[in-house]
Design a protein around this ligand. Structure first.
Ligand code: FE
Length: 257
């Protein structure tokens, strides 16, 4: 049995234990944490209430035969290792260095993205919108959290928050400023509302000073936030400040999520 198989089995055993704990209440969890004080081998930290509920539900669905463990493991593996902003960054970098690819990307995004091996059910219909000196595109899902999974992975908390979903439409320049992106008045801001049927991805502007960079180096510059449109792609700062995941998390907390 390989390590991945062993991990899957361990996870299922853990879930079965959680399901039992969910039936008898939280007391067992409390006792377990007190018990660990008396011995010193490694234990997993007690998950949050939400994680416990999710894992208990998952375990019960498996126990009742409504879903298969292998299918869940494959889904989790995909979300953890095969989709995410790195995919989108590679798409953007390719478009920056290959004009023919960029043309195909803007004309038929799913097909061009699939050329690099990225596709999934949450990205069958994607449109790429290009930022330029006179236009800045911003992506939102005003209804819920629709997002181009094959190229960006799962959406961040702030993308799903009610303040972002409403203010991205009512006050896009204000939202952008809170993410550290201040645009001149003459730059048009276009807001695109993603749906389950049609999801958008921003092709950011290639920053100046990157002319000699390789495609791989360029991909390393491209952030998730730039592909949603709340930030621009910048060169690594020399002691400067960039918009990072922790900064955007701070913004979402200020909004009260
Ligand atoms: Fe949505």
């Amino acid at each position: 049995m390989g390590d991945s198989d062993k991990g899957a089995v361990d996870r299922r055993e853990f879930l079965k234990g959680i399901a039992a704990g969910a039936v008898t209440g939280a007391t067992q969890v409390t006792v377990h944490t007190q018990d660990t004080q008396d011995h010193n081998h490694d234990h997993q930290d007690v998950p949050s209430d939400l994680a416990l509920r999710v894992k208990a539900l998952e375990s019960l669905l498996v126990e009742k035969g409504l879903v298969e463990s292998a299918a869940l493991d494959a889904l989790i593996d995909t979300m953890e290792h095969k989709v995410g902003p790195r995919n989108g960054a590679r798409v953007v970098a390719r478009a920056w260095v290959d004009p023919a690819y960029k043309k195909r990307l803007l004309e038929n995004a799913p097909a061009a993205i699939a050329e690099l091996g990225y596709s999934s059910g949450q990205g069958d219909h994607m449109v790429v919108v290009e930022n330029g000196p006179k236009v800045h595109n911003l992506i939102v899902c005003t209804l819920c959290s629709c997002y181009p999974w094959p190229v960006l992975g799962l959406p961040p908390v702030w993308y799903k928050s009610a303040p972002y979903r409403s203010r991205a439409v009512m006050d896009p320049r204000g939202i952008l400023r809170e993410f550290g992106t201040t645009l001149p008045d003459e730059v048009e801001v276009r807001v695109w509302d993603s749906t389950a049927e049609l999801r958008y991805l921003v092709l950011p502007e290639r920053p100046s000073g990157t002319e000699r960079m390789s495609e791989e180096q360029l991909a390393a510059l491209v952030t998730r936030d730039a592909m949603v449109g709340v930030a621009k792609v910048t060169l690594p700062p020399s002691g400067g400040r960039t918009c990072t995941a922790s900064m955007t998390w701070a913004v979402s907390r200020e909004w009260g999520r």
